[in-house]
Design a protein around this ligand. Structure first.
Ligand code: DQQ
Length: 498
């Protein structure tokens, strides 16, 4: 059944079987990219999680490798939860959360030089308990980096009654850790669980990095901020990725500003980033499902890995994102929709584009008060359509909104169709829009701001429409490509002849 599912993406990484969630141990090691991921090959549900593993030389095509970590008797008997890969003087080393007896504790495993087989440390767990005397909400996931001659580690957590946090540790050998204190504590009393920027009662998958030149802990040559990425969590269902920009120095992080990382919220969850061998910061996130647990089990698969994104610092001090350019090698037939046309309210452009695997790139200039809608996966009769809505404030202020309207994405009443939106920075109404459509996976980048989501059309439509609904906009350019798959319809890898 899983094999015949037309909603299963073809050029995003998906697991060979069953369930996939967080990216783990993302790295570039001796010219090979490694993507590990939370994996349950037994079925499309979260249970007894292993570390799946795939490698790539180009971030586009992937080769499945043997499972890297599996639960075994002891501190990870019930699951090998999220973690990272570090280079310990040439020895590949995983730091992950072992789950047993209903809780998670930090564990370590070392790998062979090819990173294909892993041996768990006999001393696991390497930290035997969360900090004493602190009433925590949870304790898991790791960010580990080298600072001078020592290792530093963050473990995601939350302090009951206060907010999410990350506990800071130090070690000389990755095995014996000294607790230094909370790096910084969020304030869960600010805002509400329904707010898209609520910082939650627990921080999952913390990821701390320097946004510009230099490394963590060094003096920032170019004034670039440090960035603390976390996935805001609450047992009342809040799940979304956020980041603070600020300064990490000594044993603390001084926050400057809080930002939403992806307007799709839970559809780009638990992101993890790394610096590749050409010094790009590349980030992956888990595109979780918007259908019911029963529908996932029925489909036989669940979870999509986002395309890798290059993460850079925008002039306004926030992060901006773009799919790695390598993805362009999957571009096939090209349609160029004539540019330099005005689209006025009530009119639409006949794009002539259609497909279920597409890369769309548009440049537009919106007049004040304009609203433009790009429709994808549109059924022949228009009953199903996923709308990417761009608008510019009427008063001429240089701001706009990016919105994803999924109210008509699917006739299936049981799938998630909630609106997703966020502020769209713009100058003179200009918008550069990139949309990657891969069956049920949609990644949108508007002036570098990402909005990631899942859609479940039932009618097999693939038309692309463009219309203005308010005011007018000038279409400057519009290029569309169909995208080759890296998987065939039965999820066999297509390594050659893309
Ligand atoms: N997923 C992992 C945890 C992490 C969560 C378990 C985030 O380690 O906190 O699969 O999605």
């Amino acid at each position: 059944r899983a094999e015949a599912d037309p909603l299963r993406p073809r050029f995003h990484f998906v697991s060979p079987a069953g369930w996939l969630n967080d990216p783990n141990g993302v790295s570039h090691w001796d010219g090979t990219y490694h993507l590990f991921y939370q994996y349950n090959p037994e079925g499309a549900f979260h249970h007894r999680i292993q570390w799946g593993h795939a490698t790539s030389t180009d971030l586009v095509t992937w080769v499945d490798q043997p499972v890297a970590l599996e639960p075994s008797e002891g501190p990870d008997a019930d699951g090998c939860w999220s973690g990272v890969l570090v280079n310990d003087g040439g020895t590949p080393t995983l730091v992950y959360s072992g789950r047993a007896e209903g809780k998670e504790l930090p564990c370590v495993a070392v790998g062979t030089p090819d990173l294909l087989s892993w041996t768990k440390d006999p001393g696991n767990p390497v930290i035997g308990a969360p900090p004493a005397g602190v009433d925590i909400t949870a304790y898991r996931d790791h960010c580990v980096w080298r600072e001078g001659s020592t290792w530093r580690q963050l473990v995601g957590s939350g302090i009951r009654g206060l907010g999410g946090t990350a506990f800071l540790y130090e070690s000389s050998d990755l095995r014996s850790w000294d607790y230094l204190g909370p790096l910084f504590i969020g304030d869960a009393s600010q805002g509400d669980p329904v707010d898209t920027d609520w910082t939650g009662t627990m921080w999952e998958c913390v990821d701390l990095f320097r946004a510009g030149e230099g490394s963590l802990g060094s003096a920032p040559a170019d004034g670039a901020p440090d960035v603390l990425v976390f996935s805001a969590w609450d047992d009342g269902e809040t799940r979304h990725p956020l980041y603070w920009t600020g300064r990490y120095s000594g044993d603390t992080f001084e926050p400057e500003a809080l930002h939403r990382l992806d307007y799709g919220g839970r559809f780009f969850y638990a992101p993890q980033s790394f610096q590749d061998e050409s010094n790009r910061r590349v980030m992956f996130g888990w595109m979780q499902e918007g259908r019911s647990d029963a529908a996932m089990v029925e489909a036989g698969w669940s979870g999509v890995m986002s395309l890798p994104r290059v993460t850079t610092l925008a002039k306004d001090g926030t992060l901006e994102f773009a799919p790695v350019p390598e993805i362009e090698k999957l571009r096939r037939s090209h349609v160029s929709v004539p540019g330099h046309v005005m689209v006025a309210a009530g009119t639409s452009v006949e794009t002539g584009v259609s497909g279920h695997q597409l890369d769309l790139e548009l440049d537009m200039q919106l007049a004040p008060g304009a609203e433009v809608r790009l429709g994808v996966l549109t059924s022949p009769d228009g009953a199903e359509e996923t709308l990417i809505v761009l608008s510019r404030a009427a008063d001429g202020t240089p701001s706009g909104t990016l919105r994803l309207d999924r109210s008509r994405s699917s006739l299936d009443p049981d799938v998630d169709g909630e609106d997703k939106s966020g502020p769209l920075p713009m100058t003179d109404g200009r918008v550069h829009l990139r949309v990657l459509v891969d069956r049920s996976a949609v990644e949108i980048f508007a002036n570098g701001k990402p909005l990631t989501a899942r859609v479940y059309p039932t009618m097999g439509g693939g038309r692309v429409t463009l219309a203005a609904t308010e005011g007018s906009a000038r279409l400057l350019s519009f290029d569309a490509w169909t995208m080759a798959g890296i998987f065939d319809s039965t999820r066999n890898l297509i390594p050659e002849g893309l």
